[in-house]
Ligand binder design. Structure first.
Ligand SMILES: NC(=O)c1ccc[n+]([C@@H]2O[C@H](COP(=O)([O-])OP(=O)(O)OC[C@H]3O[C@@H](n4cnc5c(N)ncnc54)[C@H](O)[C@@H]3O)[C@@H](O)[C@H]2O)c1
Ligand SMILES: O=C(O)C(=O)C[C@@H](O)[C@H](O)[C@H](O)COP(=O)(O)O
Ligand SMILES: [Zn+2]
Length: 379
């Protein structure tokens, strides 16, 4: 078992990483968070609100019900359709109305049982509900286990772009059970793996080499390799979040490597199954490496190593192969909504080497548009 603390003034919490911690004994491990439900007058006494999507509801319903029953509790389910569509105003409204009807109080803990979509939606609902109530993350995708469940970024999407309405709201606890990934489709495993490669590229060359040797084992869900990849990722994220919780100093922005390009690709493909978030980030990291090489920040050889690692994992390393027909300028236009925008300029996460990401403040969007035009045309 690994317990990774996320140290934040007045709002620290633990990330527990343990095989079986959800499927076998979640309610026992999390029992301290359920006191309010046992107390007289709590939300539908002894019923715990759980947000899931139809897949995670179907797959984990019985296990969670059994586990909560051992503590004298039962789940009250709010189930959304799978996919980015649930990160919307409409679903947020339904979820907050439901929680209010249950009589939720600030000290009650809502459970987010699912991938990044369920986590981001539930976290945001809890951030705004009564100006902040508690929630627990039970991430069930690799992406959510290595990234979205930790750090307190919560959000929904809007017509204008990705995660544009949101809040920083930290969970009270995170429980990561790698066993839940046994049912995850391979494509989703690969998408989550993109965020694992991200930690290596942004700040850990040793981890990059380890992934080159062990990535296949991680994707095959071999327990030791998977546990190492999850724990290394979460330690990296916890350290960055502890240093710059609200992305104000530039340190947390490192976690956005590949995302400015990636979010533009997601917007252009309609936030759909056509390109998953992790896939878009994978292509975005290759673009960041190639653009860094074009500026002379990183050697062509290291840029190639980054793109090879991504391609070898079965992720889209070549933007031209995505079948996107728009111009480079159209892609760059999506970036004007990026939350890192300062005045008229957009700082970009670029690479000086493998494991050496930095925030470049001298990038012109017009140059990015030209670069993207070249890349979209290249086969
Ligand atoms: N808050 C953050 O810091 C942060 C970080 C990274 C990504 N994100 C967000 O996360 C979202 C992507 O999350 P995701 O990749 O987890 O996608 P997701 O939540 O859409 O889940 C992917 C698919 O896997 C299914 N699924 C989930 N767990 C399963 C399991 N154990 N077995 C079988 N199927 C399962 C889901 O039903 C869904 O169909 C994006 O919206 C992205 O913006 C947020
Ligand atoms: O935790 C962070 O900080 C991240 O940037 C993690 C990203 O993987 C994640 O996709 C995040 O939601 C992107 O944030 P945004 O601020 O660009 O919307
Ligand atoms: Zn991401």
């Amino acid at each position: 078992m690994d317990v990774v603390p996320v140290s934040l003034a007045g709002r620290s919490y633990d990330v527990t990483i343990k095989r079986g911690c959800v499927l076998d004994d979640f309610a026992h491990g999390a029992s301290e968070y359920f006191e309010s439900y046992r107390a007289k007058g709590a939300v539908k006494a002894r019923k715990v609100p759980v947000v899931a999507d139809t897949n995670t509801h179907l797959i984990f319903k019985a296990a969670l019900e059994q586990s909560l029953a051992s503590e004298g509790l039962a789940p009250d389910w709010f189930v959304v359709e799978p996919g980015e569509g649930a990160k919307s105003w409409a679903v947020l409204e339904q979820l907050t109305d439901w929680l209010l009807e249950l009589g939720i109080t600030r000290s009650d803990h809502v459970i987010a049982l699912g991938g990044g979509v369920v986590g981001d939606l539930t976290g945001f609902a809890c951030a705004v509900l009564k100006r902040g109530c508690e929630f627990i993350q039970i991430p069930t995708t690799l992406l959510a286990q290595v990234d979205s469940s930790v750090g307190g970024k919560t959000a929904i999407n809007t017509r204008a772009g990705k995660n544009l309405i949101g809040a920083f709201h930290q969970p009270a606890a995170v429980f990561i059970d790698p066993m839940v990934l046994d049912t995850l489709p391979d494509r989703e495993m690969r998408a989550g793996y993109a965020e694992v490669i991200k930690y290596a590229l942004l700040g850990d060359a040793v981890f990059f080499d380890w992934l080159s040797d062990n990535g296949t084992k991680v994707l095959a869900r071999e327990p030791d390799a998977l546990a190492h990849a999850i724990a290394t990722s979460i330690r990296a994220k916890a350290a960055i979040v502890a240093e710059d919780e609200r992305e104000t100093t530039g340190v947390r922005a490192l976690l956005n490597l590949g995302h400015t390009f990636g979010h533009a690709l997601e917007a252009e493909t309609g936030f759909s199954d056509r390109l998953l978030h992790g896939e878009a980030v994978a292509t975005g990291m290759v673009l960041a490496a190639q653009y860094s090489a074009r500026r002379g920040d990183i050697s062509q050889e290291d840029a190639k190593r980054a793109s090879t690692a991504i391609g070898d994992a079965g992720l889209p390393a070549n933007v031209a192969s995505l079948g996107i027909t728009c111009s480079g300028s159209a892609l760059a236009d999506h970036m004007r909504h990026d939350k890192k925008m300062e005045g008229g300029t957009l700082p970009f996460l670029l690479l000086k080497g493998i494991g050496q990401a930095y925030l470049a403040r001298d990038v012109e969007l017009a140059d990015i548009a030209e670069f993207l035009g070249e890349q979209l045309g290249a086969q």
